[in-house]
Design a protein around this ligand. Structure first.
Ligand SMILES: [Zn+2]
Length: 233
């Protein structure tokens, strides 16, 4: 099984998981980068997983459905305009001879889902390296609880967010936690990766426990304070 991050828009990633007969695309926000990457590749069965309804995550779906021969789209209720099958927490999707499990993670949007394939977790805009999604619903408690849920997953779980926000998030994290050595080291590493034009993802649950202010927040109040500070930064 191979996993690639295809760049879309300014800083989105479309995650692409592929094996012999089948591929999975997570949140294809625009069709162009996917179609370009598909050129010269054999046609395979394609499953598209949608985490939430924002345009930069679903914008490529309709064109890809037209362009690809065998494609099936899964997503939460809020993506009903795009999904062939509405899924929710507890449901399972069979793909790549494995089972994908689904977690409900509301906060960024009400219906936001996260998909787990073995030790790989596709989190859309719930969690970023050293950051988390804006709370568009205004429901800070829901977003806090969604992060607590992810924090309880196995440490070695690899996390694939929908955006390359690592550098600006780590700059903010260092302002909040100037004494934190793990944040300082991650910032140095990410700075040099970005300078060389490299991506910084995936991250992992164990790394986020050390460097993510929204994982380091001990209470809902702290979480809400950090989130509001970040929104203003
Ligand atoms: Zn979003």
């Amino acid at each position: 099984m191979e996993i690639y991050g295809i760049k879309a828009y300014e800083d989105n990633y479309i995650w692409w998981i592929e094996e012999d007969k089948e591929r999975i695309l997570v949140d294809p926000g625009e069709p162009g980068p996917v179609l370009k990457a598909l050129r010269d590749r054999e046609d395979k069965e394609t499953k598209i997983l949608l985490t939430h309804s924002h345009q930069d995550h679903v914008g490529g779906v309709l064109d890809l459905k037209k362009a690809l021969a065998r494609v099936r789209v899964y997503g939460p209720e809020e993506t009903a305009a795009y999904a062939d099958e509405i899924v929710k927490e507890g449901d399972r999707i069979q793909a790549l001879d494995r089972e994908i499990s689904i977690l409900s993670c509301p906060g960024h949007t009400r219906g936001h889902l996260v998909y787990q394939l073995g030790s790989h977790l596709f989190v859309g805009d719930v969690l970023f390296m050293a950051g988390c999604g804006r709370v568009f619903t205004g429901d800070y408690r829901a977003q806090y609880q969604s992060l607590e849920k992810l924090k309880n997953l196995a440490d070695e779980t690899l996390v694939y967010p929908g955006h390359e926000y690592s550098l600006s998030n780590l700059v903010f994290a260092q302002e909040l936690f100037p004494e934190n050595q793990d944040i300082a080291e991650a910032l140095t590493r990410v700075r040099s990766q970005r300078k060389g034009g490299e991506g910084t993802l995936p991250t992992s649950i164990s790394q986020e426990k050390k460097i993510n202010p929204f994982f380091l927040a001990r209470t809902l109040e702290e979480f809400t304070d950090y989130r509001k500070l970040k929104d203003r930064s």
